[in-house]
Design a protein around this ligand. Structure first.
Ligand code: MF3
Ligand code: CO
Length: 291
């Protein structure tokens, strides 16, 4: 938070209004939370109206790509084929897949099947079969703005146990969203999700969480779903982050594939499910930007 800005200077949010009539009270309110010992957002992760508009455009592509995958995914298809659909649809709409070449990640999507927790790498060798559950995770860059969301897909007839896992993982998102409002804390959301998953007999992966997103693919804050109410970063209007808890049917422990350095698996080999939404904190709650 900058304090050099004068009452009559133009506001940092580029609204064109004077600071005192725009974000001054807002900044003072954040400062009060900081003085009470809370983690508060820096100005550079609070998005301006223009930036939110840019992120929304990027998210339109992200949603369309996931819809396209949903229409075409089926047994017998390789995850490489899914990845090709993602690349083609994204680029045809003028965007670029944010994962492609991101820190060496080789593909346009993450496809994580059954006991793969996340960051599965699409491959010609991975053929979808009846009874599989998988997460397809999509992220788009458009004009420098980023969007990120993922969904679960059930291939053909899936066991009741897996179906329940997929459903509860989806419900975790709704339970978390209810906690997204200005002047609450990310820990309110984290604990709500954890408690809900736990009440259904599941565990929530600790090592990998959500993140701020918008001007970069991954921004502050890091978002945990094993956190406690009243802790973690204060939520304020203009913050954009993902809710993407990984819910394990069995034990919480995971490991990363030695061979590719990316893909996370459950240690006990039991299935894991994840949905991801990208959410904006608004004046009175939240808006889902990508899902
Ligand atoms: N959408 C994924 C996430 O935010 C992307 C991870 S980076 C990747 O967790 F390189 F693994 F794709
Ligand atoms: Co993400």
């Amino acid at each position: 938070m900058s304090h050099k800005i004068g009452r009559n200077d133009p506001c940092w949010c580029r609204s064109g209004r004077k600071y005192k009539a725009c974000h001054m009270a807002f900044d003072e309110k954040i400062l009060k939370f900081k003085e009470e010992g809370h983690i508060v957002p820096d100005q550079d992760i609070i998005k301006t109206a223009d930036q939110i508009a840019g992120i929304r455009e990027s998210a339109k592509i992200n949603i369309a790509v996931l819809d396209y995958v949903a229409e075409n995914i089926k047994a017998g298809m390789s995850t490489e084929e899914i990845d090709r659909m993602v690349y083609d649809k994204t680029t045809r709409m003028g965007g670029f897949p944010a994962t492609l070449n991101y820190q060496g990640f080789p593909k346009s999507s993450c496809t994580s099947i059954n006991e793969q927790v996340c960051h599965g790498i699409p491959s010609e060798a991975d053929i979808l079969k009846e009874g599989d559950i998988l997460n397809v995770d999509i992220s788009t860059r458009l004009n420098g703005y980023y969007s990120d969301s993922s969904r679960m897909f059930c291939i053909g007839e899936v066991s009741p146990e897996k179906k329940r896992l997929v459903r509860v993982a989806r419900e975790c998102i709704d339970v978390g969203l209810k906690e997204v409002k200005p002047w609450g804390f990310l820990g309110d959301m984290g604990q709500a999700i954890h408690d809900y998953a736990f009440a259904h007999g599941y565990t929530v992966v600790r090592e990998i969480g959500g993140h701020g997103v918008g001007l970069e693919f991954h921004e502050d804050p890091w978002v945990s779903y094993n956190s406690k109410r009243g802790t973690e970063m204060l939520m304020v209007p203009g913050m954009v982050f993902t809710i993407e808890p990984m819910i394990n049917m069995g034990q919480v422990e995971i490991y990363i594939d030695d061979g590719n350095g990316w893909t996370a698996y459950t240690k006990d080999g039991m299935p894991s499910a994840q949905w991801e939404v990208q959410v904006l904190v608004t004046e009175d709650g939240y808006e889902i930007l990508s899902h």
